[in-house]
Design a protein around this ligand. Structure first.
Ligand code: B12
Ligand code: SF4
Length: 501
């Protein structure tokens, strides 16, 4: 899980196939403190979206190195290799690019890192796809055929999102993920937090929505009972989320999504989410210290109100995977214990920790650079599991150890037990899910390599779906209460892991 497959310099390619494009998601080392299972929950939509925009005369193949099936294929030799580049796997992407270029393929690099650091990426590629890739990919393929290839193509985010073709999920290994149904309904976010990639200089990504009918169609077409919305923030426009929930409700399927906690401003919306099959949300709480959130320019309710808001979600059978960033300027060495205790007190089913990481191009990066606090630019370590800057009130070592301690504590059997659902009927599925996700890293390596991920999850997913269908029937039978706190029957905790992205 930490060493990429070897790229044999002597391996000879097969015959070059003219209308064949290979799309590559490069390997990245996994943090052993967190769950290895996280990396096979649901695939990124970057390359399936590019595949969806590929002209029909081109054959497309997808290769995700993180599924541990060895080095990517060379036979037949693709005419074009498209590689997605994030900063944490940029070095691997460049190695793959060199390997394929040396064998005659045209290499196209695209993705977040190409947008934020194009000069660094340029020498490693024949073509740079900067920004939104769906609209420029067909043009790149056309220009390759016409012998009129340019070095740089730029795509903006202003074109209506609903005009994008659906991603091609049929090219994914279905057995390789908990679910292949990653969905995206919206793009952008109403916030612009200083540490988030959405605040990257030069990235203008207005909030856009696909038609709810398109989303429903994609969900149905992939034929899976569980979908993960990989939107940055599905709740940015509450009115849209409400419409989406109403369209999803008749499907009798389950889903999870990332939202910001202000989604609970309207408990009736949470009710609609539950009725539509939402079993889990991934919430970026980031910090329990208001001053940190103000510094990060995150528009969010006050932290003292977080617990009440978590309860609204729990009361509707929605699990919470809370995401915290450690190492902000107001964090001292008590932050670790304080955060872990809060997670336990509020019985959060799952928590994800990140060490504050200044992504290049963001205001946070500019600030750290200005203040001379960046320790290095080894991008592979910019993975939120390593300290890459000098924290204000602790040493990098204290932050590293505190981060590891948070995972040890929250993934311990004692903590899992402490956070068990109050409803005894939900305890068993909760424990099964928690042990598989949080305490089975050795097993994950095998499950992934032998393509057993989907099989391992399937019984839990189906169990969860059936329980949820019963739960929503009961929820619907109750009239929407005035203050909504009447809905306090937690029939549904212990569900499948909530979008842990
Ligand atoms: C799904 C997801 C995952 C999945 C799969 C990741 C994977 N790489 O396989 C899982 C859960 C495993 C995961 C893990 C992590 N993730 Co993640 N993840 C996402 C998420 C939610 C959705 C990605 C997606 O589908 N986007 C939609 C596609 C359509 O957009 P896109 O990727 O930008 O692609 C477009 C263009 O960039 C371009 N493009 C991209 N590739 C290519 C290639 C070619 C050839 C071309 C032409 C164009 C092109 O065209 C695409 C269509 O327009 C994003 C947030 C988000 N909403 O984007 C975070 C995000 C990518 N993850 C992030 C992080 C930090 C991580 C982790 C490091 C977190 C952690 N500590 O565990 C890990 C490790 C992964 C890693 N090392 O990169 C950050 C990356 C920040 C950065 N600047 O690099 C993001 C942006 C979240 C955030 N808000 O901070 N993640
Ligand atoms: S709320 Fe989340 S997705 Fe939105 S800008 Fe902040 S960190 Fe990024």
């Amino acid at each position: 899980m930490v060493v990429a497959p070897r790229l044999d310099p002597c391996r000879r390619p097969g015959e070059l196939r003219q209308h064949y494009a290979l799309l590559l998601n490069p390997f990245y080392p996994k943090d052993p403190h967190a769950s290895f299972g996280k990396h096979v929950l649901t695939p990124t939509l970057a390359l399936t979206s590019i595949a969806g925009a590929t002209p029909p005369e081109w054959e497309v193949r997808y290769w995700d190195e993180n599924l541990l099936q060895g080095p990517p294929p060379l036979d037949p030799m693709p005419r074009v290799v498209g590689i997605s580049v994030h900063l944490t796997f940029a070095r691997r992407a460049y190695a793959l690019a060199a390997w394929y270029r040396a064998r005659g393929a045209v290499v196209v690099l695209g993705g977040l890192h190409v947008l934020s650091c194009p000069e660094e990426c340029a020498p490693h590629a024949d073509v740079l796809a900067i920004g939104e890739g769906v609209q420029i990919w067909p043009q790149i393929l056309h220009d390759i055929e016409a012998g009129a290839l340019k070095k740089v193509y730029r795509g903006g985010y202003l074109k209506p999102y609903r005009e994008d073709p659906p991603p091609r999920r049929d090219i994914l290994a279905r057995d390789g993920f908990l679910t292949t149904t990653s969905l995206i309904a919206t793009r952008g976010c109403h916030n612009r937090c200083g540490f988030c990639y959405l605040s990257t200089e030069g990235l203008h990504q207005p909030y856009q929505m696909r038609d709810v009918a398109q989303v429903v169609e994609e969900f149905l077409a992939d034929g899976q009972p569980y979908a993960v919305f990989t939107d940055n923030n599905l709740g940015s426009k509450p009115q849209y989320l409400r419409q989406l929930c109403r369209a999803l409700r008749p499907l009798e399927r389950i889903w999870s999504a990332a939202v910001s906690i202000d989604v609970t401003d309207d408990p009736l919306l949470i009710r609609e989410m539950a009725l539509a099959g939402c079993t889990g949300v991934f919430v970026g709480f980031e910090s329990l210290t208001d001053a940190n959130l103000t510094d990060a320019r995150k528009k969010t309710p006050r932290t003292e109100d977080y617990a009440r808001r978590v309860k609204i979600l729990h009361d509707h059978g929605i699990q919470v995977n809370a995401s915290f960033v450690l190492g902000f300027d107001h964090d001292r060495s008590d932050v670790f214990a304080r955060t872990a205790e809060w997670v336990e007190q509020n019985r959060l089913e799952c928590a994800t920790f990140h060490i504050l990481t200044p992504y290049p191009g963001t205001p946070l990066f500019a600030q750290m650079h200005r203040e001379g606090r960046l320790l290095h630019r080894d991008w592979e370590k910019y993975d939120t599991a390593h300290v890459v800057f000098r924290p204000k009130h602790m040493t990098p070592e204290e932050l590293t150890e505190g981060y590891a301690w948070c995972y040890r504590r929250l993934f311990s059997a004692a903590s899992i037990w402490r956070r068990r659902p109050e409803d005894w009927r939900a305890v068993l599925p909760y424990l099964a899910m928690s042990y598989l996700y949080k305490r089975s890293n050795r097993l994950w390596r095998l499950l992934i390599r032998h393509r057993l991920t989907a099989s391992a999850w399937r019984p839990l997913v189906e169990w969860t779906r059936r329980r949820h269908v019963r739960f929503r029937a009961k929820l619907a039978a109750r009239t929407a209460p005035r203050g909504l706190h009447a809905v306090t029957d937690p029939l549904m905790p212990g569900t499948v892991v909530s979008a842990g992205v």
